[in-house]
Ligand binder design. Structure first.
Ligand code: MIC
Ligand code: SF4
Length: 643
């Protein structure tokens, strides 16, 4: 029986377990990446592991999230990360060099390799045939130390692409269509593998847009084959030697199949406040807009910038609209500066931002009150833009640019002829903003530079015999990590300071939560389906840990967040009977008796609701390693105890 591409890469990297779907496997990791917002914690954890030099083929530390530097905190974090990178064998991509995923795709990613990154959009690397996955910072620290990365052996979904995109319909519309069909939880436990003759018509940046936003499906990752188009891209990046042809065997067996005729797609948009709330631009109608933002790791390639410029050329942004554009990397920025694209954008009235995440993570450009903002980004969760009552729509760069001119939602197919995009034979290659690590000889003398905002991270205690605690918060379905641990210009600078950032934990849902949790001492949180979707931020586990959260009881979890909870010794419990969710209320006093023994030896987990006078069953499916981590109070304690 033939293998899928996913299985081939897994087979070449498996170091623990068997390729049996649904079971835990350990993978050797070739490359890692971190960004600054998750990076300081990951490197503090790496330091705590006592490894001198990374054991991966390539580890890169990027600075792209917190670049506003509205106080000393961000700059201190950058310096800390730069110094750790230098000392421990990690390449350092300086602020200004661009968004981690865009730069990694351009300069470092290699087909057939495994990559984990402390950022959920790491699957961008799937655009050149990597098995690239988002992970918690601690998992990345372990992989840098040479440890395996553990995932559940995924199901593989074949996304069969036929036909060709029509003019002004874009790769973004492909992934929006997949999200429309499968929803934000449709990819949990699965890898989305793109195949079919339609693949050929998509460039590498287009493929990367699709694999990037595959994160919003909750998927383990998404991947395209490595083919002639990949070769051309790598050649133009001066990295021809990194090319290997890769694809699924012709008789590969897939678990599920989705068919998409590219020729039938139309411009789409994800409506507030979820990436799967997808409608066609036509269906939405000509609603008035206030802001357009173009950029982010989803849509900031040279190809995107050129298409946008073609639409804006010789015109002016509508007087009621603010248009912000952030090219994804220094390479893209440099190229558009040299070829005149930038001049077109500036002349049209665009507000040019630095190559960084910027508005995507609420670092500036928050919309006006009740503002309607069209963004080429990947997430439109409530409050993420920094304006709680704003209406954020996720669209393609083409729809964004067309709408910026008219001031209303506009179908880009009204923009006349679309010129074909011709990829340059050679991109501008200048890695002068990537600092190589010190040599092993020089490394001991490199000093680590720590600022006063960098505080130690909390470490859990071994799991208690029993848990008795109140439900300090009850939330609904699809709670995102942006609800649990919001970001934005005010909060992001506190990423290295868990006591300070904890003051904002869950404040999107309930401003009183941090205070109440601290007063209660210990807490249990009750949630609905897909709890913890979105970001890989470990802070969504570390802040609750700091506030005394012992367990989360919900209907189901998102993959990375569940792992982050286990890594930090917080019990991830699921209702056996979902109807019990309705019976438990905020404020109820719960007892989970004998839990340590049950985690260790198995058995039914019964939760007694003392307030309501009833009991219900929950489950906690853990691998042997997961059990070890839960009992020890997290991955660091577990690793220390097991050498
Ligand atoms: C995001 O898009 O939500 C982020 C910010 O890039 C996060 C990482 C973080 O919270 O630092 C992610 O996607 O993992
Ligand atoms: Fe940065 Fe936004 Fe991409 Fe996250 S989704 S890595 S915040 S650009």
């Amino acid at each position: 029986m033939g293998l899928t591409l996913t299985e081939k890469i897994i087979k070449a990297h498996i170091v623990d377990g068997e390729m049996v779907k649904g079971t835990e496997i350990g993978l050797r990791i070739d490359q890692t990446l971190t960004q600054d917002a998750t990076g300081t914690m990951a490197y503090l954890q790496f330091e705590a592991m006592g490894v001198d030099r990374v054991k991966t083929e390539r580890s890169v530390a990027y600075i792209d999230h917190n670049t506003l530097q509205s106080g000393f905190e961000n700059a201190d974090d950058h310096r800390f990360i730069g110094s750790v990178a230098k000392k421990h064998g990690i390449w350092f991509s300086r602020p200004g060099n661009g968004i981690c995923h865009q730069v990694h795709l351009e300069r470092f990613g290699k087909p057939g390799k495994t990559l984990i990154g402390s950022d959920s959009h790491t699957p961008t690397g799937g655009g050149i045939g990597m098995l690239a996955m988002g992970a918690g910072g601690l998992d990345v620290a372990v992989a840098m130390g040479g440890g395996a990365y553990y995932i559940t052996m995924p199901k593989v979904v074949r996304i069969n692409l036929t036909g060709k995109l029509n003019d002004w319909v874009s790769a973004k519309d492909v992934i929006l269509e997949v999200l429309r069909q499968l929803s934000v939880k449709g990819g949990v436990g699965k890898v989305m593998e793109y195949t079919g003759e339609g693949v050929k018509s998509l460039s590498v940046p287009e493929r990367a847009t699709i694999t990037n936003m595959g994160a919003e499906l909750g998927a383990t990752t998404s991947i395209f084959p490595s083919d002639e188009t990949t070769l051309q891209f790598l050649k133009a990046q001066g990295r021809e030697e990194d090319y290997v042809p890769l694809s699924a065997d012709p008789d590969a067996v897939y678990d599920e199949e989705v068919n998409i005729d590219l020729g039938k797609l139309v411009p789409l948009a994800a409506c507030p406040h979820s990436p799967d709330n997808v409608k066609s631009v036509e269906e939405i109608g000509k609603i008035k807009i206030d802001q357009v933002c173009i950029g982010s790791c989803t849509n900031s390639s040279l190809q995107d910038m050129r298409k946008v410029a073609h639409i804006l050329k010789g015109k002016t942004v509508h007087p009621d609209v603010s248009l912000a554009i952030a090219p994804g990397s220094k390479q893209v920025f440099n190229q558009i500066a040299e070829d005149g694209t930038l001049a077109i954008l500036i002349a049209a009235g665009a507000r040019i931002l630095e190559s960084a995440c910027g508005p995507c993570i609420g670092m500036g450009q928050s919309p006006n009150s009740k503002g309607v903002s069209l963004r080429t980004f990947n997430r439109n969760f409530l409050g993420r833009s920094g304006t709680k009552d704003a209406e954020i729509y996720l669209v393609s760069p083409e729809t964004a640019a067309a709408s910026a001119l008219t001031g209303v939602f506009t179908d880009p197919r009204t923009c006349g002829d679309m010129p074909p995009y011709v990829m340059p034979e050679k991109f501008i290659i200048n890695d002068n903003m990537v600092v190589p690590p010190a040599t092993p000889e020089e490394a001991p003398s490199v000093e680590i530079l720590r600022g006063p905002n960098i505080k130690p991270f909390p470490v859990n205690k071994p799991l208690a015999e029993s848990i008795e605690s109140g439900v300090t918060l009850k939330v609904g379905d699809n709670i995102t990590t942006d609800h649990i641990m919001p970001a934005g210009a005010k909060i992001l600078p506190l990423r290295s300071n868990i006591p300070a950032i904890s003051e904002y934990c869950f404040t999107v849902c309930d401003e009183t939560f941090p205070k109440r949790a601290k007063e209660a001492g210990t807490s249990i949180i009750v949630g609905g389906v897909n709890y913890g979707q979105g970001s890989s931020r470990e802070h969504a586990a570390l802040a609750p840990l700091y506030l005394g959260v012992k367990a989360i009881i919900c209907k189901s979890f998102a993959r990375i967040h569940r792992q982050n909870l286990i890594n930090n010794g917080i019990l991830p419990l699921e209702f056996v009977n979902e109807a019990d969710y309705d019976k438990v209320e905020q404020g109820d006093q719960l007892v989970i008796a004998n839990i340590r023994n049950i985690v260790e030896n198995g058995g039914q987990i019964i939760v007694e609701d003392k307030t309501k006078g009833f009991s219900f069953e929950v489950k906690c499916e853990l691998s042997e390693r997961g059990k070890g981590m839960m009992l020890a109070g997290g991955l660091l304690n577990f690793t220390k105890a097991n050498g």
